[in-house]
Design a protein around this ligand. Structure first.
Ligand SMILES: Cc1ncc(COP(=O)(O)O)c(C=O)c1O
Length: 441
């Protein structure tokens, strides 16, 4: 099993490797990229994103729907939208705007989320997306009345919370009691209710129950269960299904002692499973899709932050950087972990210096929670060095509380066809006032 340093080095190689002892993605020294972007910044690798989408699609043999929440950057979405059999899964009307602007066609967009407002449902209906994945019986009624008001028909996927749990995952949103989806015991009701409205077109079912799934066999069993639920829905409807959305949640090995999700093994098993159901006439024209965020994006992003302070405290070295939990909440433990685990990190300014004794790497925010790790082996960090936090392409920018402590927001840049494109400039301190009205005193 790879160590954290091995993982980081292997990802660094995929970005383009090292020159003169310095990280050099796409032939450009990281110090020069930092001059161009300012720090901190996210650096995405377009080629890796596209390769991953193709690899997943080929391994599974079905459509891949990109979960925009993982990284809603417009250029990132554009790269995915150009791919064959790639759609988008959105969770808000903001993500819908990004998806449409990036070039995803409405027929390739699904919309899930437990708290969709009338305005959001209205926008989904207006755009004519393939399926609004409804999460309650009440949402079916609301969607129908909005569609009626707009005099438009709209596709519906029933997001089902299955009775069976998906084992071997780290965060569950189904198979347990929660706010997500329609309870499996209400499936027949949901089907009948959808069909009772002439404005609604029953597309099929959607099941997403977990993220960070690594174990292949339980996931295959979960997919079999989803197919069975789909057939039950088709039976109840007395018509074939147009969509089975299997969710996804494939895992990324961020931490020590985690190995890669075995995509090829899962893909072989999944294709065999699907083949065994293909002869069912209920599935004749059915679209099958997986919606994935983390697995498509995580490897393809690095968060780059500059060392502003190195100090000793009672025998321990503390390295303090110019960005932390405010920009990359997930890498700093999502506001607290019982056992602090760190993402793979490297000193990008110095491949040549030997790995040091383990150091603590902290961000600039005034809380002990702002910590990338307390025992990170880092090649002798000096003030001014650039540190890279790997596996940062998913749930980095989008999952962080960027307003916390009012530091400027990080820049975003993309390596694409041997060039570095600045996608979003570094924020400015004055941005903190933007959109605020002062009191007239
Ligand atoms: C409904 C739904 N689909 C897809 C995803 C993406 O999951 P992941 O990034 O683990 O692939 C999520 C994540 O929360 C989700 O809630």
């Amino acid at each position: 099993m790879l160590t954290q340093i091995d993982k980081a080095r292997s990802l660094a190689e995929r970005f383009g490797g090292w020159r003169d002892g310095e990280f050099c993605p796409a032939g450009m020294h990281i110090s020069r990229i930092a001059e161009k972007c300012g720090t901190p910044f996210y650096l995405y690798h377009g080629g890796m994103i596209v390769d991953r989408v193709r690899r997943v699609r080929d391994a599974l043999g079905v459509e891949v729907s990109y979960s925009v929440k993982a990284n809603p950057n417009l250029a990132v979405c554009q790269l995915i939208a150009r791919e064959r059999q790639a759609g988008a899964e959105v969770a808000s009307s903001g993500e819908l705007v990004v998806a449409r602007t990036a070039g995803f066609t409405p027929e390739d967009i699904v919309f899930a989320g437990p708290g969709k407002t009338d305005d959001e449902l209205g926008r989904a209906v207006q755009e004519g997306i393939f399926a609004v994945n409804v999460e309650s019986l009440n949402e079916i009624d609301r969607l129908a009345s909005i569609a009626k008001r707009k005099d438009r028909r709209t596709g519906v996927g029933l997001r089902i919370n299955p009775a069976a749990q998906l084992m071997g995952s780290q965060m569950r949103m189904g198979g347990t009691v929660g706010q997500f989806g329609i309870d499996q015991s209400d499936l027949a009701d949901a089907v009948r209710r959808t069909l009772s409205y002439p404005q609604l077109v029953l597309r099929g079912i959607h099941v997403y129950t977990a993220t960070q799934v690594f174990e292949v066999e339980p996931l295959l069993e979960h997919c079999r269960n989803i197919l069975e639920i789909g057939l039950e829905a088709a039976d109840e409807a007395g018509q074939p299904l147009q969509m089975i959305d299997f969710g996804g949640g494939f895992g990324v090995p961020y931490f020590e002692k985690m190995a890669e999700f075995n995509l090829e093994r899962f893909g072989e098993g999944f294709q065999r499973l699907l083949e065994s159901y293909r002869s069912d006439p209920h599935l004749d024209d059915c679209r099958f899709l997986f919606e994935l965020g983390r697995y498509l994006m995580a490897d393809a992003g690095i968060y780059v932050t500059r060392v502003v302070e190195v100090k000793q405290m009672r025998g321990k070295t503390f390295v303090v950087t110019d960005g932390g939990m405010n920009h990359h909440l997930t890498a700093t433990g999502n506001m607290g972990q019982v056992f602090r685990k760190s993402y793979p990190l490297l000193n990008l300014s110095s491949a040549l210096r030997e790995p040091e004794e383990s150091v603590a790497v902290a961000g600039p925010c005034c809380t002990p929670l702002d910590m990338f790790g307390t025992n990170i082996s880092l090649s002798e960090p000096k003030v001014g060095d650039l540190l890279g936090v790997f596996y940062s392409g998913a749930y980095g920018y989008s999952a962080s509380n960027l307003g916390f402590l009012s530091h400027p927001t990080p820049a975003e840049a993309l390596l694409w066809q041997d060039e570095v494109h600045l996608l979003r400039p570094l924020g400015k301190p004055e941005d903190v006032l933007e959109g605020q009205d002062a009191l007239l005193l």
